[in-house]
Design a protein around this ligand. Structure first.
Ligand SMILES: Nc1ncnc2c1ncn2[C@@H]1O[C@H](COP(=O)(O)OP(=O)(O)O)[C@@H](O)[C@H]1O
Ligand SMILES: [Mg+2]
Length: 371
């Protein structure tokens, strides 16, 4: 695609600075994810009281939900240094060495996209994480005996959109594991208002809610929408983001009332038209759409699953009754009504979200004639 996708939850180069400025600096400033925030507060307080280092910590969840933000906040709250790297940047154990050797007691090493860590580096990390020792081979010469090297008790924070791709031994070495789920509308509204305040942009409550509704549960997207709408408000309105201004600006960007854009729509239509509604595997789907499998699985799918437009079955993806309705077509008689996934249920952090899910489930149960 030539055009940058405004609702892509990944960060793109030119906006790094923009997002940095909007990052909350403490757990109290962090909006939403109450379960995660509470658990982290307890862990941080206990760690400080004992004067120890924090357990290794793994954050998983779709992009743009605040994993990196939390890693920075933890470092700030602990008063420790944090160093950042990522799975693909660490090709060999030697690439990991500077981070390990330079970490003081309690310092944080953050590995983004930890599921993309090469196997050799991953195995190298086992003893580093568990015993704070690495066996490092200096070179391949005749003295190539591994040298044990004692490390300080650092904390590793890993972030991943794909926890299932981590090997069991690596996952087990994280004492704390937190899943971040999509944010609800009220939290996203609060984030929109907070960000507007930082950017000194006037936004009405209904304007903020309009952004929240279309942000696919993702703080990074709500901030990005705010940025676009702010420009529009400045040029086409008197600078104030009202519900109407937000709606007009986002329509102009090709984002519908649910926050879905052309790529989402394309995926739904390809499943419907080319694959008769599914099931279809993601590789076939990606090939037909001329997209990366990773983009579909990490970026497009999670939200479509979340809002019940897509269902995962052992045979592949199917679009649901609700998706047909959204596309403005009558669903075929065998169209499915999705059940909320077990994962969503288990990880629901927010009472309201749980309540909504219970209601949906009751509704779906009726539609399907019982569970
Ligand atoms: N809980 C939150 N409250 C307010 N803003 C948030 C929150 N979580 C994320 N953000 C905003 O969204 C942006 C993306 O978050 P980030 O931590 O980079 O996501 P991830 O690492 O999960 O992809 C951040 O720059 C921050 O401005
Ligand atoms: Mg990140």
């Amino acid at each position: 695609m030539t055009r940058e996708r405004i609702i892509a939850p990944e960060e793109s180069g030119d906006e790094t600075e923009f997002h940095k400025g909007l990052r909350p600096q403490s757990l109290d400033e962090y909006i939403g994810q109450p379960g995660t925030v509470e658990r982290l507060k307890i862990a941080i307080e206990a760690t400080k009281a004992r004067g120890e280092s924090l357990d290794h910590l793994l954050f998983h969840g779709p992009p743009g939900l605040g994993k990196t933000t939390l890693a920075y906040i933890i470092a700030l709250e602990l008063g420790r240094d944090i160093n950042l790297t990522s799975g693909p940047a660490l090709e060999r154990p030697a690439d990991m060495m500077p981070f390990l050797v330079n970490a003081a007691e309690g310092d944080i090493i953050f590995i983004d996209e930890i599921h993309r860590l090469p196997r050799v580096v991953e195995e190298f990390l086992y003893s580093a994480m568990e015993d704070f020792v690495v066996n490092f081979t200096l070179d391949k010469g005749m003295y190539s005996k591994p040298l044990p090297f004692q490390l300080k008790k650092f904390t590793l924070i890993g972030a991943t959109t794909r926890p299932a791709m981590l090997t069991r031994p690596l996952r087990d070495r994280f004492g704390i594991q937190q899943h971040l789920d999509f944010y609800d509308e009220s939290d996203l509204t609060t984030i929109a208002r907070r960000s507007a305040h930082i950017l000194e942009t006037k936004i009405e409550a209904e304007g903020a809610r309009e952004l929240a509704r279309r942000a696919r549960g993702t703080p990074r997207i709500v901030n990005r929408l705010l940025r676009r709408v702010r420009d529009y408000a400045q040029v086409r309105a008197d600078g104030v983001i009202t519900e109407q201004v937000a709606g007009e600006a986002l329509r102009l960007e090709g984002i519908d009332e649910l926050g879905l854009d052309r790529l989402d729509e394309l995926m739904l239509r390809v499943i419907k038209d080319t694959y008769g509604g599914g099931p279809v595997g993601s590789a076939a789907l990606a090939a037909t759409m001329n997209e990366e499998v990773d983009t579909l699985e990490d970026v497009v799918e999670p939200y479509l699953l979340k809002i019940g437009f897509l269902a995962r079955t052992p045979q592949g993806r199917r679009i649901t009754r609700r998706a047909y309705e959204h596309l403005g077509e009558p669903p075929p008689p065998d169209a499915i009504t999705p059940q909320p996934s077990l994962l969503d249920e288990a990880f629901a952090t927010d009472a309201k979200a749980r309540e909504r899910k219970r209601e949906n489930k009751r509704g779906d149960g009726r539609a399907e004639g019982g569970p």
